[in-house]
Write a protein that binds this ligand. Structure first.
Ligand code: HEM
Length: 479
């Protein structure tokens, strides 16, 4: 790593930056963030202005939803991991940042993501147990759901020359996760085909302060960024989702009781982990991954085809976990996509005590109670770690011994890729599942196709992908 460590021997500095005038400063910054500068520029310009990657600023939404929009932003690979240190930061109530959605959106409970590790042990353990109990179902369930997605892509391409991946992914990922975790596809229950749209509406009720729909500022500001949308308007949707979980999750709810949780609290947690954490994550992850792989073009596709079909052929034509583990390039591609476009970009933590935060260049004094905030793309595209290609998609980045040394700087799961989630930290319990399903998407694609083309754009929570062509496999187990 090309960083200098001399920061640790220099005297602590005050964190530079500015919050502007009370109220006015925060509103002005919010407008910069959404409309005048955009996310990346908002952070980069403040790093530039103050000559520091640890810098004071306001973060959205600000008034009137957040009591205090002021943060100390940590914007390089070296300072960011302070957010993973549970001795240094408190994580209660700040999953979505400086505001917290009403707990009436989660049945009156504060679910796992909003709890500090000091109080989340039972619910996090429940999720580890659930994932472990279903581990053998993930590959077959993924394959059946996503092979039918790709069949639809082919039909739509034949009909109109285009197939919108995001729409198909929303429907498929929702069914896939339900089936993978609980053995029952939501669309096969009373919920019918309405699950993904009910889930999306409920997600918007929690995330609207942080998004822009591309509407005029005069509409979005009062509608999305100033007041909470009333929870009662999404109550019916939530009730329908809850019914699905309380019906299909009997085994997980028994486990929960064994852990000392009430069935009701456990069920709201299962709903949240499945619908917000998992489904919300895959809504963003898969289009981002596909866009990056599309940009790699035929050369990359050829190499993925060779690796994936070779490993599957060696496993007797079966997609087994062991075969997937042998796909080094596919794994590197998934990590690289998670590095370049981390699906969850903001992380927060309140300083538990007065502490020192170290950037590449200096050491800063942070006071007890101050909010630390990380904008992940700044840290995971840090040129002092990833060099001149930090902003590029480099499929081979994590291959070999040298490549694997860089994994400690991949932070998408709210922890280093070399660390593991546990009940003692706030690292994502879905970490291994996510890297597995990312690879499974590549497996499904390149068993079936030699190459594909796509148009890539932006949408509400990330990237949009439209397939424009696929070339069916000409050899190997997928042909
Ligand atoms: C926490 C990312 C999928 C369950 C987190 C956090 C991040 C994250 C960044 C930490 C948030 C914070 O405290 O600041 C992602 C991404 C995913 C994904 C990008 C997919 C692409 C999943 C899946 C599960 C899951 C599949 C299924 C169990 C959770 C839970 C937490 C969490 C329960 C709270 C952890 C705790 O309280 O310690 N995730 N996640 N996530 N994630 Fe994931």
């Amino acid at each position: 790593m090309a960083s200098s460590d001399h920061g640790s021997t220099t005297a602590p500095k005050d964190v530079p930056g500015s919050y502007g005038l009370p109220l006015v400063g925060a509103v002005r910054d919010r407008l910069d963030f959404y409309y005048f500068q955009g996310q990346d520029k908002y952070f980069e310009s403040r790093v530039e202005r103050y000559g520091s990657t640890v810098v004071r600023m306001n973060v959205p939404p600000g008034p009137f939803m957040a009591r205090d929009p002021r943060v100390v932003a940590v914007l390089d690979a070296k300072s960011f991991p302070v957010l993973f240190d549970m001795d240094k930061v408190e994580k209660k109530d700040l999953f979505t940042g400086t505001y917290m959605p009403s707990t009436s959106l989660t049945g009156g409970y504060r679910v796992c993501s909003y709890l500090d590790p000091s109080t989340h042990t039972k619910v996090k353990q429940l999720l580890f147990s659930l994932l472990l109990s279903r581990k053998d179902d993930v590959i077959p369930t993924f394959r059946s759901n996503f092979s039918s997605l790709l069949a639809t892509v082919e039909a739509e391409l034949a009909k109109g020359g285009k197939a919108e991946f995001n729409k198909l992914n929303d429907v498929t990922s929702f069914d896939f996760i339900g089936e993978a975790y609980f053995g029952v596809r939501p669309s096969a229950t009373e919920l019918g085909k309405g699950g993904p749209s009910k889930a999306a509406k409920w997600l918007i009720w929690q995330l609207h302060p942080l998004v822009t729909l591309g509407l005029p500022m005069v509409l979005e500001e009062p509608l999305l960024h100033t007041f909470h949308l009333p929870p009662f308007l999404v109550k019916g949707d939530y009730r329908a989702l809850y019914k699905y979980f309380s019906t299909v999750a009997k085994q997980a709810l028994d486990t929960a009781e064994g852990l000392g949780l009430s069935r009701e609290e456990a069920c709201h947690n299962l709903l949240f982990a499945t619908t917000f954490n998992s489904y919300g994550g895959l809504k963003v992850l898969f289009p981002g991954l596909l866009a990056n792989v599309a940009s790699g073009g035929e050369k990359l596709h050829e190499r993925l085809v060779a690796e994936i079909r070779g490993a599957v052929a060696d496993a007797g034509g079966k997609v087994t976990l062991a075969a997937v583990e042998r796909m080094e390039l596919a794994k590197s591609v998934v990590w690289e996509s998670l590095r370049l476009d981390p699906p969850v970009k903001f992380q927060y933590g309140h300083a538990k005590k007065d502490l020192l935060v170290e950037s590449h260049d200096a050491v800063f004094q942070v006071r007890k109670g101050e909010m630390l905030f990380g904008y992940q793309p700044c840290a995971t595209k840090d040129p002092r770690v990833f060099g001149d290609t930090a902003g590029d998609f480099v499929p081979d980045r994590f291959l070999g011994e040298e490549g694997s040394k860089l994994l400690q700087y991949v932070y998408w799961s709210n922890g280093r890729e070399t660390d593991n989630p546990s009940v003692d930290n706030k690292q994502c319990p879905g970490k291994n599942f996510v890297v597995l399903v990312g690879r499974l998407l590549l497996v499904e694609l390149f068993l079936r196709y030699d190459t594909f083309t796509a148009e890539v754009g932006k949408e509400l929570l990330g990237t949009s992908v439209i397939f424009t062509g696929v070339t069916k496999a000409t050899s190997g187990p997928g042909s």
